[in-house]
Design a protein. Structure first.
Ligand SMILES: NC(=O)C1=CN([C@@H]2O[C@H](COP(=O)(O)OP(=O)(O)OC[C@H]3O[C@@H](n4cnc5c(N)ncnc54)[C@H](O)[C@@H]3O)[C@@H](O)[C@H]2O)C=CC1
Ligand SMILES: O=C(O)C1=N[C@H](C(=O)O)C[C@H](O)C1
Length: 266
């Protein structure tokens, strides 16, 4: 039975991960929140709604990491990098679901994961990861004749845009088409902005209410279009995916993995 600690324990995802870890038969050994959070000291299981776990929400990163086999972290890139550093020092595994990493922060994560096994993935659901695989094939098959546009919808509390999943979808398509995502992504059109270029990948963001997460990639040709969509109806497949990743990553060789590795989709 692996010992799982959760960082961001009082957050939307953190609470669902505590429930999923308990349901999967893991020991929830620790729950971490930011110093000063009003729920520090409260029972993590009671806060998550799965009954008392006898584990108080803590703000002591080192103590929580020390007590676990693997830390599951859904917070922000800056916090995740700090957690990765703490796990590397104590030789513990880590699963990171935070999104909004810059390319430089992703490179730093890969560097920090040289000595420990780590999973970093913008989306832990099986469905989205299968979409990544399908998108590669569709983009390769259609080639340059179809314009690619990506639209994502999320709740009004989301802090990063576009979503990590939308960015990964753009990267997958760009790579399949032999383009550099960072050069072809177009995040903004306004005014007399000119005709669409053939290479660009349009990235559009919608925010509102309680939308869990929706992504559509449009391949738009002359007289026809293909739409590949994923709609999340609850957060539970993200939390179950993160626990699955935690069970998978403990004992793996050091390095940075993603959900394609966990799910055997590579
Ligand atoms: N990879 C995936 O499958 C998914 C990723 N996400 C990503 O997970 C992240 C969190 O999302 P939500 O749970 O909706 O956000 P949230 O804002 O509800 O939760 C984040 C929690 O982290 C805590 N936190 C902030 N700084 C901290 C620190 N220094 N130490 C410990 N805890 C700290 C906050 O107090 C908050 O409770 C976002 O980046 C989101 O995009 C969300 C859903 C699925
Ligand atoms: O913040 C969220 O809620 C979500 N974030 C992830 C992302 O940015 O891709 C995944 C999911 O869509 C929910």
């Amino acid at each position: 039975m692996i010992k799982v600690a959760v960082c961001g324990a009082a957050g939307r995802m953190g609470q669902r991960i505590i429930v999923a870890a308990k349901e999967a038969g893991c020991t929830v050994s620790g729950a971490l929140e930011r110093p000063g959070h009003e729920l520090v000291g409260q029972d993590a299981g009671l806060i998550a709604g799965c009954g008392s776990l006898g584990v108080a929400i803590s703000d002591d990163l080192n103590a929580v990491v020390e007590g676990c086999d693997v830390l599951i972290d859904f917070t922000t890139p800056k916090v995740s990098l700090k957690n990765l550093e703490a796990c590397a020092l104590k030789k513990k595994a880590i699963v990171i679901g935070s999104t909004g990493f810059t390319p430089e922060e992703r490179a730093l994560a890969a560097e920090l994961a040289k000595d420990i096994p780590a999973v970093l993935a913008p989306n832990m659901s099986v469905g989205v990861n299968v979409c990544f695989k399908i998108l590669k094939d569709v983009a390769k098959t259609l080639g340059d004749d179809f314009d690619v546009e990506i639209v994502e919808l999320h709740h009004n509390k989301k802090k990063d845009a576009p979503s990590g999943t939308a960015v990964r979808m753009g990267e997958v398509v760009a790579e399949a088409l032999g383009r550099d995502y960072n050069k072809v992504a177009n995040y903004h059109r306004e005014g007399i902005c000119g005709e669409r270029t053939k290479e660009e990948i349009g990235m559009q963001t919608v925010r509102g209410g309680d939308i869990v997460g929706e992504h559509t990639v449009y391949f738009i040709g002359m007289g026809e279009r293909i739409e590949i969509s994923h709609r999340a109806m609850t957060r539970d497949m993200f939390s179950r995916g993160s626990v699955r990743a935690a069970q998978w990553v403990v004992g793996k060789a050091p390095g940075l993995y993603d959900m394609q590795d966990v799910l055997g989709l590579r």
